[in-house]
Design a protein around this ligand. Sequence first.
Ligand code: XMP
Length: 514
Amino acid sequence: RLLIIDFGSQVTQLIARRLRELNVYCEIHPYQNVTDAFLAEFAPKAVIFSGGPDSVTREGSPRPPKSVYDLGVPILGICYGQQVMTHDLGGRIEAGESHTAEFGRAYVEPTAVKSDFLNGWFNEGREQVWMSHGDHVAEIAPGFEVYGTSPGAPFAITADLSRRFYAVQFHPEVHHTPNGAALYKNFIELAGFTGDWTMGAYREEMIQKIRAQVGDKQVICGLSGGVDSSVTAILLHEAIGDQLTCVFVDHGLLRMNEAEEVVAMFRDNYNIKLIHAAESDLFIGALEGVSDPEVKRKTIGKLFIDVFQKHADTIEGAEFLAQGTLYPDVIESVSFSGGPSVTIKSHHNVGGLPEKMGLKLVEPLRELFKDEVRALGRELGLPASFIGRHPFPGPGLAIRCPGEITREKLEILRKADAVYIDQIRKHGLYDEIWQAFVAILPVRTVGVMGDGRTYDYACALRAVTSVDGMTADYYPFTHEFLGETATRIINEVKGINRCTYDITSKPPGTIEWE
Ligand code: XMP
C-alpha cells in the first residue's frame, strides 16, 4: 500500500483519487500522525508528500520524520512536498516574493536528461501544468538532477533516480495538468505496484473499518433515499447487520410514490431496520402561510432535526450516527480559502446534529467522489436505475413550489413531475440530464379546453446539464419533445393548463427555483 502524507493541500484527495483510478490502494494520513513508529508499522511500498499552504522556510513548519528517507522506497514530493524533500536532503528553498510566486497555468519544458518517471511526457515538446506556489526551490539537493523546467520554476521536475526520489513543483493531480495521470502511473510502476485494487476491495476494507470503529454498539443512519445515504446504509448493514437502524424522515414533500419505494427497498429487499417517520402533517402545517424561500428552508431544516432526534432517542444504546458525507463536502467545510461568502441558499443537512446528540460519526464515504460512490453502489448490488437517479434537494418539493405551499399544489406538482420524468425516460434522455423537474408557479392563467374556459396553475419545466451542480446549462430539448410533453401534462394533470420551459443557465439562475 501507498502512504500519502498530507501537509494540508486542498487537493490531497485528488491524489488519492488518481491512484484509485490506477487501481492502487493508498491511505492519506496527516503529517502530525506520521511518526517513526507509524512508518515502521505502516511499512509503505511508496510514499507521496502532498502540497500544503505553509513555507518550509518558516521555523516549525510541517515535516515528515527523517526516517522516511531511509525506508528504501520511492517517494514523490508535490509542491510543498518537493520543497520539504529538497530542504531535508540538503537543497535550498527561497521564500516567495510576489515576482517569483506562480499561480495558474504554466508550461514545463524537458531538459537534456531522461527518466522513466517521464514516460509519456514531452512527446509534443512542452507540457501544460498547474502551478500554485509562493516559495520555490533555489538549489537542488545533492544527488538530484533537473528533468523539467518552467519560466517561474526552473526546478519544476527534479529527481534522484538512484534513490527513486521524484519531485514536482506543480500539481499533477488536478485537471489543469492534463497529462498529470501519466506521472502517477510511472511513479507507481517504478514502485512495483501491479494495480490490482478494486472497488470490491474498498468495500471489504470499509466493512472491516466500520466493524473496528463501531464494535458492538448501535448505529443510527438518516436515510433520504438518495444515492449517498443509501450506499452508506447498505454498507453499514453489511458490516454490522441489526446494530444499524435507519430513520427515514418523510416530510410529505417527496415525489410520487417515493416514500413507498424507499421503505420497500430498504425494509423489504435489504431487510434493514427502518423507522418510517411519516410526518407530513407536521411539516406542511408549519409551512402554512410561508412563502419566503429561506424561511421555508430553515423551517424544514429545523423540523427535520427535531423529528430525527425524536426517533433516534428511541434507539437504545445508540452511540454512532452514520452519514453519507462525500469528499467534496469535506473540502467545502475545511477549505482554507474560507472567507466570508454570501449564503445563496441555506442547504439542508443534519450538520451539528452529532454534537447535539452526543453521537460519534461513521462516515464511510468520506474519501470518495460521487462517481466512486455510484461505483460502490453498483458493487453493493443497488439497481442501476436507482444509482443513476437525478439529485433531489433535502427540502424537496417545497422549493419547487414558489409562494405558499398547499396540499393541493403539491398533489398537482407530483403528478406533473411524474409525467415529465416519464417523457424524459421514454425518449431515452434521462441519463443525459443532470436534473429535471417541474415547478408549479404561484399564478393561475386562463385557458380553453373543449368548449370551456379554464383558470388553472401554470408550471415550468426545468432540465439542466451539469458536472457538479455548481454551474449548469439548460437542456436543449427538441420542440417536438417540448410540445408533446406540454400536451401530455395539460391533458393528464388536472389543475394545470399552461406549461413553460425554463431556459436559464446557472449562473445567473440557480437550478432549483428557490
Ligand atoms: P441550486 O438550486 O443551488 O442547486 O443551483 C444545486 C444543486 O443542489 C441541490 N440542492 C440541494 N441539495 N439540500 C440538498 O441536499 C438542499 O437544501 C438543496 N438545495 C439545492 C439542487 O437540487 C441541485 O442539484
